[in-house]
Ligand binder design. Structure first.
Ligand SMILES: NC(=O)C1=CN([C@@H]2O[C@H](COP(=O)(O)OP(=O)(O)OC[C@H]3O[C@@H](n4cnc5c(N)ncnc54)[C@H](O)[C@@H]3O)[C@@H](O)[C@H]2O)[C@@H](O)CC1
Ligand SMILES: Nc1ncnc2c1ncn2[C@@H]1O[C@H](COP(=O)(O)OP(=O)(O)O)[C@@H](O)[C@H]1O
Ligand SMILES: [K+]
Length: 481
């Protein structure tokens, strides 16, 4: 089956609540809860019969727990239920509670410690304050946890831990995942994530349409070359080269070439000889920048890797004035610390957490929200890099990337990435899609290279990463808008 944006969309808790309300006008809402509980029971059954304690909260999450407990008991499982409070009379959760005919106990940390499996159905999308006291104590004693929707305490919008949250072995969520499933630290609490189909009407996807996606092939499409392509149509990338830290610009150039740019040129008014000793396919220009800008084919520029403050001053304003598509990285970001307005006109900014903080402050617990605000403020795509990189567009679209292995955190990896994004931009992709695709290819190349990679290793792995992207996005649905 093909994957498209609708499959990758992430519903924040308030969007999921809106989806729920809409669904309730189209079908009996209890059907969704019954299907959710069924999916939880099915997942538990796959773990094999064992003494199970279902911890039920007062709302819909607890309702799913009662349904699952009832179904598991019907299968002959040794199941106990502990409840925090009675569900609101007349609610779906109350109906689910009425289906459970066994005893209901109070929360007790010792009982949780004695169970072989704890089903955490305490809080889900309705988490409204930190998890503490008896709930925290009980959850923290569980030895093996299956979480319903999210491990209680994980904020579904931000991935933050509010108070405490158990580390689950398996998490079963419904309809679509949430940003907090993919953002850290939430992602580390899930174990394996199962997204269960609970029969949500199709109309919900149309009428409640979040603008946040998991970043994978299918959200974007790499172009396919034809016999009519040539080096200029594949894209020209220009890179500002510093006179001192020359490795960074060379890595960016390698990233652009590895990601399929037809022609990569390095602008090095000073230090051109150093660059000429590098890759033979790289063209080094010694002419002053103003002269290079007269060539209208040179639309896409990487500015920042390896540049000192004065070198940024000598290049960035001219590139922006010249209406070029600029990827501002490293030195270009540091040079605008506290004054992000200086980057207005750039196509993409690629800060890591430290650079982001220097530019915009924060970002605090809500990194997704902070990246979106930053993108709107500067009018550029903002890529907040990390092991859960966030790509945010000025129009509110955002994507969360999760394929990057920890060994990608090595000096020079970011320089390669700026070149990869530049190549995709130069090849005709729009800035948001080019950045999403670049980040995924970069992570995939790191997976191909394996642990111990050096930034240089990414370059030879990029072509295979692109082939994998094309393979897994085959026949995907249309573009994101
Ligand atoms: N959205 C959907 O499509 C569906 C949702 N379902 C379930 O319904 C859940 C959402 O239900 P609710 O909106 O009732 O929310 P929850 O069941 O997550 O929370 C219930 C209530 O608990 C209280 N609460 C939250 N955090 C607390 C804390 N830390 N300390 C003390 N009290 C706290 C709040 O008053 C909240 O309204 C989902 O997580 C999911 O499990 C499913 O039943 C079926 C379909
Ligand atoms: N723990 C991690 N897991 C996965 N990717 C990481 C991790 N730490 C850093 N990265 C990635 O490595 C790259 C490092 O970029 P950057 O910090 O700019 O380094 P440099 O300036 O040395 O090139 C980014 O793409 C970032 O997302
Ligand atoms: K839960």
């Amino acid at each position: 089956m093909s994957t498209g944006p609708d499959d990758l969309v992430l519903y924040a808790p308030e969007e999921m609540a809106a989806a729920d309300r809409l669904a309730a006008t189209l079908m009996p809402s209890f059907t969704l809860m019954r299907n959710a509980g069924r999916a939880v029971a099915r997942a538990a059954l796959q773990l094999g019969p064992q003494r199970t304690l279902v911890l039920c909260g007062p709302g819909g999450n607890g309702g799913d727990g009662y349904v699952a407990a009832t179904l598991l008991a019907q299968q002959g499982w040794p199941v106990e239920v502990a409840a925090l409070a009675e569900p609101r009379p007349g609610s779906d959760a109350a109906q689910a509670r009425a289906g459970w005919h066994g005893p209901i106990r109070g929360f007790d940390p010792e009982r949780a410690a004695a169970a072989d499996l704890v089903i955490d159905a305490v809080y889900g999308a309705g988490l409204s304050r930190p998890v503490e006291g008896l709930v925290a104590e009980t959850l923290s004693r569980a030895r093996r946890v299956l979480a319903v929707d999210v491990p209680s305490g994980i904020d579904g919008a931000t991935g933050a831990v509010r108070g405490m949250a158990p580390v689950a072995e398996l998490t079963v969520t419904f309809f679509r995942a949430k940003p907090g499933h993919w953002l850290l630290p939430g992602r580390e609490h899930l174990g394996r994530l199962v997204v269960a189909d609970i029969g949500m009407p199709e109309q919900v996807l149309r009428d409640v349409a979040p603008r946040c996606w998991e970043n994978r092939p299918g959200l974007w499409h790499l172009r396919v070359l034809t016999v009519h392509d040539h080096k200029y149509s594949r894209g020209v990338v220009s890179i500002c080269g510093g006179g001192n830290m020359t490795g960074a610009a060379r890595l960016a150039a390698g990233g652009a070439r590895g990601a399929g740019a037809g022609l990569v040129r390095l602008a090095a008014e000073h230090g051109a000889d150093l660059y000429r000793t590098g890759a033979p396919g790289l063209i080094v220009d010694e002419a002053p920048l103003e002269e290079l800008l007269a060539d209208e084919r040179r639309k896409v520029w990487v500015c920042g890797p390896g540049l000192a403050g004065d070198e940024v001053e000598a290049s960035l304003p001219a590139l922006l004035r010249g209406g070029r598509q600029v990827i501002a990285d490293a030195g270009a970001l540091t040079g605008s610390a506290g004054d992000p307005g200086r980057l207005r006109g750039a196509a993409v900014l690629t800060p890591h957490a430290g650079e982001f903080a220097r530019l915009f402050g924060g970002p605090g617990d809500d990194r997704l929200g902070a990246a979106r605000c930053a993108a709107a403020e500067v009018g550029a795509v903002v890529l907040l890099k990390g092991s859960d990189s966030i790509i945010a567009a000025p129009d509110g679209r955002a994507a969360i990337n999760a394929n990057a292995p920890p060994w990608l955190g090595t000096a020079g990896a970011g320089d390669v990435l700026s070149g990869v994004i530049a190549a995709l931009l130069a090849g005709g992709m729009a800035p948001f899609e080019a950045t999403c695709a670049g980040v995924w290819l970069h992570g995939e190349a790191a997976n191909i290279a394996g642990e111990g990679l050096l930034a240089e290793d990414l370059l030879r792995c990029l072509p295979l990463a692109a082939r994998r992207a094309r393979g897994s996005a085959l026949a995907s649905a249309g573009a994101v808008s």
